[in-house]
Every structure is written in structure tokens, then in C-alpha cells.
Design a protein. Sequence first.
Length: 367
Amino acid sequence: PALPPNTPGSPPPAILHLAAGCWACGGGLSEALAQLTRAQARLGAETALLFLADHPEHPLLKACRQAGVRVTALPHRARTPFFVSLRLPFALPKRLRTARFLHLHGFWSFPIVWGAFAACRRRLPYAVSPHGALCAQAPLPLRKRLFWKLFGRTLLRRAAWLHAASPLEADALRRALGEACPPIRLVPNGVDGEALDLSPPPPRTRTFLFLGRKHPQKGIDLLVEAWQRTGLAAEGWSLRLIGPEDGARVPARPGLSDEPPLFGKAKAQALRSAACLVLPSHSENFGIAVAEALWCRTPAIATTGTPWASLGSFCVPPTPEALAEAMRRLADLSPAAREAAFAEAFAHARAAFQWEPLPERSFPEPQ
């Protein structure tokens, strides 16, 4: 069961957040991590963030620093499996001296293993947000199976609690850990409403939008094939794939554009002007792009590999045929009909995905 939030009126704790990275190319993990630390700092918590400077940092970290988050990007240039860092074992103890709680983000990485080890050694409680690491439905590669047997299962079981962004992720954690699963806090990711609420909103265009890492798990190949099947390019529609390259090849197709990631006002403009966002992932623990789209009153199509069954008939199996049929069906609706079909989802997004009430539910229990 999910644990209750921190006791009202208790003093905010001193929290250290540790991750392999909080990068511009880091996708939903980096976005959620930056938003969470900023929101906790705004609530008065002593919040610090430590990660490896393996890539350019996420633009939101500027706002985190302004909110009072102590951000440390540890120099790290060598690309190694699992993001092994020789500097981290020397840098982490200093940060842990002033922390009362450690929050680990991600899973398949050396910083998570070392962070859990260091916390146990100091008898410091810690939590883990796997950010979908255990939601993948495909068989794990050998290196991850070894990681799981040597470190992963143990570090999760020793956590004070685990964070799941959706019931789908909570179920995956329970299946993986069995009866030894620690308590799970079910806290969805939030949406930065300030950044997304453009005024005045731009006009809608005949555009489908993908927003996220271009990784094979995200179903880029399914979406490209589905786009070809729809034939919508010949009717003046377009498909924009926006996000960092991460192993998925995007072929040239009529009406399809392959674009780098967007942030801030440019990202809000893309979301608010699109007719629909498509999340074709094979597996997903949350899918923050869907929450952002619905916040912007933009319809969304997702797959059954994501926790967005609330989209009804627009949550479809992860196949080109099903995605193409859903895209075609949405394109045939008038703007007013689209608005009516998603009215309930739009209202729910505004009620459930504001960052302000969420961070306190990620505070540790009072000692």
C-alpha cells in the first residue's frame, strides 16, 4: 500500500537526491528529478542534488538553483558501462554528512549501487525511484541480469520505501521483489503548469507530435510505420518527432520531421499547437509527455504498454495497425469533437498533475 504523506507541520527534512544524470537528453527521469527537487526546495526542505556531468545539464536546473537546491554536477568524462565514476566514492560522503535522507533516482547505474551502499554504511535511510527501470517487458540483457543478481534486488529490498509513478510500476516492483518488497509510495509525476500555460494559446495545426527520447523502447519504429499506413501526409497532416537521439533510427518519410529536444516556451508551443500527442512506447512507467499534453488540452494516443488506460479507445496495443487506426480516427474528428472526447481527461490532468501538492509525499517519515 502507498504510505501517507509526511505528518502535517513536521519540519522539512534535509534530502540528498542522487542520480547518474540530470541531463538535457535525460528524458522523463531528468525532467521529473529537476521538478521534484525544485518543488521540495520551495516547500522549505534542505534539498541537494548530485549527479554525473556526463552530458549538458537539464535547463530546469537553473530554476532549481534559484529555488535553493544545492546542485553538484560531478565532473565525469569517461563513458563507461553503468556510469561507473571513480570520483563519486570520494565526493558522496561529504554530501551525506549533512543529509538526513537519501533519494536515489534511476536503477541500472553505479551511482545507485554506491549510493545505497554508502547510505547503509552510515545507517542513513534511503528511497529509490526506479523511473520505469523494471517496467520493460522484453528479456533483460545479460549485463542487467547480472546487475540484478549482484546488486539490484538487495538494494531495493533494503530501501525505506520505493516510489512508483503509476499502479503499473508499483505492480512491476511487487512482482520483482515478492514478499520482501518494501512499502511503495504511489506518487505520479507532475506538470509544470507555469511553463505550459501560454497566453494566448497558439492556433491548432494538423500535426501529430511525439515528445521524448528516441529510444527503441519508445516505439519509434511502430510510430513511423503507423504514420505511413495512415496516408495522412497526403492530406496535409504532419508528424513531428521531437527529442534527443538515443538509439532509435528515424527514417525519412513524407510529412515526418526529426527534430532536437525543445524546452520552456518552445516546448509549450509545440504541445499547444499540435492536434494530438502520440506515445507509442512498448513499456512506460508514467509517460510525462501525455500528462503535459492533456494539461495543454491536447488529445493523446498511448499504448497498453503505458499506464494510460484512462484514454479509453485511444489507448491501443503497441502495433503499427492499432496506432494507425487510432491516428486516423482522431484525424477524422472535428476540433470540437476532439475537445469533447477528451474533456474528462483534460479536467483530470489539471486536478491530478500539479507539482505543488506532490513533493511533500516524497518527504521521508519524521524520525
